[in-house]
Design a protein around this ligand. Sequence first.
Ligand SMILES: [Zn+2]
Length: 300
Amino acid sequence: MTMNKPASELHCPLCGKSKATVISEMDSFGFKVRYYLCQTCGFVYQNPGESAAADPAFYEETYRKLYQATEEPTAKDLRQQRLRAEYQLNLMQQHGVCRLWRALDIGASSGTLMQTIHEAYGAEMIGVEPGNAYRKLAEEKGFKLYPSLEQLQASETAKFDLVTMMHVLEHLEDPLGTLREIRTHLLNDHGFLLLEVPNFYAHDSYELAHLSCFTEHTLSEMLKQAGYKIMHTRKHGYPRSEKLDLYLTVLARPQNEPDENTAIIPERNVALKRTLGTLKRNVLSKIMPGKTWLPLEDKA
Ligand SMILES: [Zn+2]
């Protein structure tokens, strides 16, 4: 792992401008993590030049080890993935995703979502998963997986009707560039993009590997910049909370004639909204802990 990368100049992943203030600084897994608030558009991000998370080797094995103490998937983790997959399938079925022939899951983990989509639509499924132990589990389910998007693109030329990215975008060094790349090279003109990220106004969000923090507004602006039209946005806590909108799930489609020069509408009062969101989380955790934080394991 290269940890001594020189700090590069700030560059907002949403608007590209460099004017920013520090919104928060903390230690995460022994690393110093610093988040910036863009003074131009209100986006919250880490400077990848400063962050160990920007190192691809970090993702390969260390990421899972750091987060789950073991490289092998845990029962809690698999349960969470199954519940999420059912939730996301339901969302797609309710919002016009009727037929799928070929779908791609970026950040496929153990292949739970791939399996759920395959069973519901009969679609051919391809996955991208950098974690070796997880990728192996998904391959054991009979799916084709690649360790990186680059390796997928080198081998797969046919486009996809659906690209899913669950809790992936916040980890990417260039989320906007990746969204554009997906639209132009991976997704059919009539295809769908389904993604989920932590909601900065309810989820703690601050973690070593989270390079970006999204709000409903900044996620929507980034999707517009990348040439997508949003079909449906859901703020929710499933499967972790009944009370907090911890996650943002978005179903989007490529725009017919994307205008990449569309001005970004800045988000205002981001720090204040974050403070209020954190306050709400703390109060609810205290007065109704059972509904605010649902159990991670099924009751016996
Ligand atoms: Zn910005």
